[in-house]
Design a protein around this ligand. Structure first.
Ligand code: SF4
Length: 399
């Protein structure tokens, strides 16, 4: 079989010789690209990193910031408390809302309770919320393709619960009632292309003049990761998808890999879960919420004797800036630093486009004790006006 249509980059060697006694020793690894963190996850992680450095712990986060155990645990270690019910947040604490998007009533409660609120919703999820609101206001019934109880689906449906009908399969579409109103179809951003196409086709058969956005709501990152994986799948004896079971885009990658007919497809949370009987060529990818360091650890464990080839489908250049009010907070902290004659250049530039979220996470690991115990200097307690007039935020300098 030929790989001519693929752009194969230079060999990449990640093998850690210290681990050679615990490795699988496959022949080679084909590494799909793009993989791992997407622009929305990058933004959310950097935003939460800023929050934990700007405020005294605990900082509260509604839902896991992204669906990845390692990322969540890392933030828990530095003072973030994740809650699934906004009422669990004590009054007057800083709150972040996760990248998956939150229901309007959750946002309202968070605004009321929190001393400072940052909504790290991915702009692509916001776009779907906006579409739901607009269609509902125009009198449409909405068919929403999404997974039951997934945070993104729950938040999106709450925008117009009275007109939205969630479906997950062709059978769900067939069971829908007939509507006398106009009907629109929208979707969760992280579904697999084939799941979406099957349900869309069934909905088009059932509903005349079905309205849909000019471009589907499936996000570029989801689509790119799936296409990159499909490109390498025919050449793989097994495929490993790195990511958590509650990560929708990870599960979609697994589904796509299985659809290609690859004989062995595994989802693993980490390198320890890599099966020890793999052989031949192994395809590796990671969901949009899985850090690149997990990819490296998996490759270390696979220990390919003929090396690693990264097969890149395209380059992702999308960048989402920090939420607007957090940018204002960051600027205010900078101003305080200047006022107090602090060395601006020595501060970590967590919102810098040149620093990716993986680096931010390692930076937090390495520097946290310094930041918290040694270099922390509280410059004033009410430096930032709280969003809703409740108790002032306690802001500390990042030096
Ligand atoms: S997977 Fe897509 S929709 Fe979800 S956070 Fe990433 S870019 Fe946004």
């Amino acid at each position: 079989m030929s790989l001519l249509f693929l752009d194969i980059e230079a060999d990449i060697s990640f093998i850690d010789t210290k681990l050679l006694l615990e490795v699988v020793m496959v022949d080679s690894v084909l590494l799909a690209a793009p993989r791992s963190f997407c622009a929305g996850v990058e933004m959310a992680i950097k935003a939460l990193a800023w929050m934990v450095q700007a405020f005294e712990p605990p900082v509260y986060c509604y839902h896991e910031i992204v669906h990845n155990k390692i990322v969540v645990e890392r933030f828990e270690n530095i003072g973030v408390v994740f809650v699934n019910d906004i009422d669990e947040v004590p009054e007057g604490m800083p709150i972040m809302l996760s990248a998956h998007g939150s229901a309007p009533e959750v946002i309202a409660t968070a605004e009321e309770r929190g001393s400072y609120l940052v909504d790290a919703v991915c702009p692509l999820v916001t776009k779907v919320h906006h579409e739901v609101k607009t269609r509902a206001n125009k009198g449409y019934q909405i068919i929403y393709v999404g997974h039951e109880n997934h945070e993104e689906a729950v938040g999106t449906m709450a925008v117009a619960p009275e007109v939205i009908h969630r479906v997950d399969s062709v059978e769900d579409v067939e069971a829908l009632p007939s509507f006398s109103e106009p009907v629109a179809i929208l979707t969760q951003t992280t579904l697999s292309q084939s799941d979406w196409e099957g349900v869309l086709s069934a909905a088009e058969d059932k509903v005349e003049n079905l309205w849909q956005p000019s471009r589907s709501d499936l996000c570029f990152a989801t689509t790119n990761r799936q296409s990159a994986l499909i490109n390498i799948a025919p050449y793989c004896d097994a495929i490993i998808v790195i990511g958590s079971a509650n990560s929708s885009n990870t599960c979609s990658l697994v589904a796509r890999a299985e659809e290609t007919g690859c004989p062995r497809v595994y989802r693993v949370n980490n390198a320890e879960e890599v099966p020890n009987d793999l052989h031949g060529t192994i395809g590796v990818t990671a969901g949009a919420s899985a850090p690149e360091e997990q990819v490296r650890a998996v490759i270390d464990t696979l220990a390919p004797t003929q090396g690693v080839k990264e097969v890149r489908l395209n380059n992702e250049t999308v960048y989402f800036p920090l939420p607007r009010n957090l940018r204002a907070l960051v600027n205010a902290i900078d101003s305080i630093g200047v006022t107090f004659g602090l060395d601006y250049d020595c501060r970590p530039r967590l919102n810098d486009r040149t620093m990716d979220a993986s680096q931010v996470l390692s930076f937090l690991d390495e520097e946290d004790s310094n930041l918290v115990d040694e270099q922390r200097e509280e410059v004033r307690e009410d430096a930032i006006s709280p969003r809703n007039g409740s108790s002032p935020a306690k802001v500390r300098a990042l030096i």
